[in-house]
Design a protein around this ligand. Sequence first.
Ligand SMILES: Nc1nc2c(ncn2[C@@H]2O[C@H](COP(=O)(O)OP(=O)(O)OP(=O)(O)O)[C@@H](O)[C@H]2O)c(=O)[nH]1
Ligand SMILES: [Mg+2]
Length: 334
Amino acid sequence: MSESNTRVPAAATGSVRRSRDVPMLVERARDGDPRAVARLITLVESGDGTVPAIAAALAPYAGQAQVVGLTGSPGVGKSTTTNELVRALRNRGHRVGVLAIDPSSPFTGGAILGDRVRMQDHATDPGVYIRSMSSRGHLGGLSAATPQAVRVLEGAGCDVVLVETVGVGQAEVEVASLADTTLVLLAPGMGDAIQAVKAGILEIADVFVVNKADRDGADATVRDIQGMIALGERGPGQWRPQVVRAIAARAEGIDDIAAAIDKHRAWLVEHDELRRRREARAAAEVEAIALGVLRARIGSLRDGTHLPALAAEVAAGATDPYAAAEALLAQLSG
Ligand SMILES: Nc1nc2c(ncn2[C@@H]2O[C@H](COP(=O)(O)OP(=O)(O)OP(=O)(O)O)[C@@H](O)[C@H]2O)c(=O)[nH]1
Ligand SMILES: [Mg+2]
């Protein structure tokens, strides 16, 4: 969300920046006010008390955006590719949202700075919202705030939301559960192909992008990936991951990436897989929220008298930890 993304007079926006007036913020976000969008994302990111009201207000707009995840090792070219995809999508007349998730650093890291610089091309385009989010410090990491941020962008009328996450194990799996289509970026000579198998990336990738194809070894990487895809077991009618080469730094291969995304999208719709994926995503989201509520309730029991008393009994051998846990849960539902 660039500060230069100005479409509303300054006088009208002063109140937005610190507001917790959910109906007003949602109405302004619906009208395309970038500051209202930024404010809503800040609220969901910080786990503010207004989050349930925000979610309720945005519910009618759920599922309107196509969510595309981009993941891969640090420096593989995710932001560069995202920047070029934004350009391609804008040329098609789409409104685009970008969420760059940084799992390591809360707002200060080099990666975020890099993203800002590399996506600067679109800073003044009112049809593009770009936002960096930190997933650190949130229970559930990416799974907690990112789906809500996607909903904000959907509510703001984005046709496509691109979610960039650095591939560090769990993050990949999470982005895949969030996205309709997941792109896994690889680069030649990084040993990525082998690592992809190790990390279970093969299962989550709908499209492999071999970026930095200007470097030696691109052909070998493409061959490795295609070999692994060929080995994978796939029933009839199942999606076969596409492999695309790109030189994002020169904007080469971007149309091929966009075409692969389109092809996957058509497949999702044709096989009713889009609905299935979104329902699975909603289930995970509800589950994460319910677990969060439970954790909070258990936390509050810790402050009260129940848990310390049970703990004393367990420590003294008067009861066992399983029976104590059952007693604790009984108090929660009671
Ligand atoms: N040679 C070459 N360099 C590229 C290409 N695409 C991106 N780069 C460069 O690779 C570096 C990293 O690019 P980013 O787009 O920031 O990579 P990233 O995956 O977003 O990086 P993190 O967010 O830090 O994980 C930059 O210096 C880019 O200019 C490419 O196709 N060829
Ligand atoms: Mg990046």
